[in-house]
Design a binder for this molecule. Structure first.
Ligand SMILES: Cc1cc2nc3c(=O)[nH]c(=O)nc-3n(C[C@H](O)[C@H](O)[C@H](O)COP(=O)(O)OP(=O)(O)OC[C@H]3O[C@@H](n4cnc5c(N)ncnc54)[C@H](O)[C@@H]3O)c2cc1C
Length: 309
C-alpha cells in the first residue's frame, strides 16, 4: 500500500511522462454494464509511452491491468487496488496496403469494419455491432455470425508486460480459440496487421445490414450489458440452456436475465456488480443441477488485483 506522498509522487511522474492520471474513476462510467467501483486510471494518448509508464508503476510495486472499451468487463463494487491503463481512442488513421491494413489497438472495432469496407475489404462483417476496441477484440478473439477476428490477423505488435519489450508476433506465435487467446494478462496489444478478402463494398454493406438486423432482433441492444455472460459449452448454446429452465426475466436486485436473449444479463434497475455476480452464480448452479454442465464466464471479472496474481 502506497503512502499519500508516494502516490502523489507516482501520479506526478506519470503526468511528466506524458499520460493523464485520473484518480478514483468510477468504473461504472467506463463499462457497458454500468457497474464497478473506483480505480485509478491512466489515460494514454501515445502507446509508445507504455513501457515507460509500466516501468514507473513497477518501481512503486503497483499492479496494473489494461482496459479497452469496457464492453466485456464486470468490475466489482469495491473497486480495484491497482491501476487501470487505458489507451485513448486512436487518432491515427488505418494504413492500407493492398489487402492488408494496420490498425491501432485503441481503434473502435465497428469503425474498423466500416473503414475496411470502404476499401472493398471484407471478412469482418459479422463483427459489426460488437462494441469495444480492436485490442479488446483481439484479446477476446471476438466473434459473431461465423466470423472471428483471429482469422484475419497477419501479425500483431504487443507490449510484453513481463519483459517490458515490444514484440511483433507472427501467426505461429499466437493462438486464437473460441473467446480465448494465448496472451497473458500483462500482454498489451498495440496494433495489428489484418489481411482481408477483397469484396465489393455493396456486398459487404448488405452483409453488415443483415448482421445488424439479426442482432437487433435477438439481443437487448438498448440495455446495459456485457454481451453474452457465459461461453457456449461445446456443442451447446448457453442461452438455450438458460431459457429451457425458464430463467428469462429472473431478477436479482437490479440485474435481470434478458427476456430477449437468456445469455445476456442486463443492468435494468441500477444493478450493482454484486447483483450481477449473484445472478451469475444462481444460473451456474441451476444449469449444473439440471444438466451437469459447468458454465464458464465469457465476461472478464475484475476483482481485487491481489487475488488475481
Ligand atoms: C451489446 C453487446 C454485444 C456483444 N456482442 C458480442 C459478440 O457478438 N461477440 C463477441 O465476441 N463479444 C461480444 N460482446 C462482448 C465485447 O464487446 C467483446 O468481448 C469486445 O471485443 C471487448 O472489447 P473491449 O475493447 O470493450 O474490451 P474490454 O471489455 O475493455 O476488455 C476485455 C478484455 O480485453 C483486454 N484488453 C482490452 N484492450 C486490450 C489491449 N489493447 N491489449 C490487451 N488486452 C486488452 C482486457 O484486459 C480484458 O481482459 C458484446 C458486448 C456487448 C455489450
Amino acid at each position: 500500500m502506497l503512502s499519500k506522498t508516494q502516490r502523489e509522487e507516482m501520479a506526478s511522474r506519470v503526468g511528466a511522462a506524458g499520460a493523464a492520471w485520473l484518480p478514483g474513476e468510477l468504473m461504472a462510467r467506463h463499462t457497458s454494464l454500468g457497474v464497478g467501483g473506483p480505480a485509478d486510471v491512466i489515460e494514454i494518448q501515445d502507446p509508445s509511452l507504455l513501457p515507460r509508464l509500466v516501468e514507473i508503476l513497477h518501481e512503486y510495486g503497483v499492479p496494473w491491468r489494461i482496459m479497452g472499451g469496457g464492453s466485456n468487463l464486470l468490475v466489482v463494487d469495491e473497486g480495484l487496488a491497482g491501476v487501470v491503463l487505458h489507451l485513448a481512442r486512436a487518432r491515427k488513421r488505418l494504413e492500407f496496403q493492398e489487402k492488408q491494413v494496420e490498425v491501432p489497438a485503441s481503434q473502435n472495432l465497428g469503425t474498423t469494419v466500416m473503414e475496411c469496407a470502404k476499401k472493398n475489404l471484407g471478412g469482418m462483417e459479422g463483427l459489426i455491432g460488437v462494441p469495444g476496441s480492436v485490442g479488446g477484440a483481439l484479446r477476446m478473439n471476438a466473434g459473431a455470425y461465423g466470423t472471428q477476428i483471429g482469422d484475419v490477423v497477419r501479425s500483431m505488435k504487443v507490449f510484453r508486460g513481463a519483459s517490458g519489450r515490444v514484440e511483433t508476433l507472427q501467426p505461429g506465435e499466437m493462438r486464437f480459440e473460441y473467446r480465448h487467446t494465448s496472451f497473458s494478462p500483462d500482454d498489451v496489444m498495440l496494433s495489428v496487421l489484418l489481411e482481408l478478402p477483397e469484396r465489393p463494398y455493396t456486398d459487404i454493406l448488405e452483409r453488415v445490414k443483415q448482421c445488424n438486423q439479426k442482432r437487433r432482433a435477438s439481443q437487448p441492444v438498448n440495455e446495459k450489458s456485457a454481451g453474452c455472460i457465459f461461453k457456449n459449452p461445446p456443442g451447446l448454446s448457453a442461452g438455450r440452456l438458460i431459457d429451457e429452465l425458464g430463467m428469462k426475466g429472473t431478477r436479482v436486485g437490479g440485474a435481470v436475465v434478458s427476456e430477449r436473449h437468456a445469455n445476456f444479463l442486463v443492468n435494468r434497475f441500477r444493478a450493482t456488480a454484486s447483483d450481477i455476480l449473484k445472478l451469475i452464480d444462481m444460473i451456474r448452479e441451476r444449469i449444473f443441477q439440471a444438466y451437469g454442465v459447468e458454465l464458464e464466464e465469457e465476461v472478464i471479472i475484475w476483482r481485487d488485483i491481489a487475488k488475481l496474481q
